[in-house]
Design a protein. Structure first.
Length: 46
C-alpha cells in the first residue's frame, strides 16, 4: 500500500509539473502573439 501510494504521488507530481510547464509555454506564446499584434496595429495606425 505504501509503495503504491508513493508511486501515485510521484505520478501526480510529474503530471502537475508537466501541466505547469505546458501552461507556462502557452502563456509565453500568447504574450508574444499579443505583442506582435499590437506592433502591427501601431504600424497600421501610423
Amino acid at each position: 500500500m505504501i509503495i503504491s501510494n508513493l508511486i501515485t504521488a510521484k505520478v501526480n507530481l510529474l503530471a502537475g509539473i508537466a501541466i505547469g510547464v505546458s501552461l507556462a509555454i502557452l502563456a509565453k506564446k500568447i504574450k508574444k502573439q499579443n505583442i506582435c499584434n499590437k506592433e502591427k496595429e501601431n504600424k497600421t495606425t501610423e
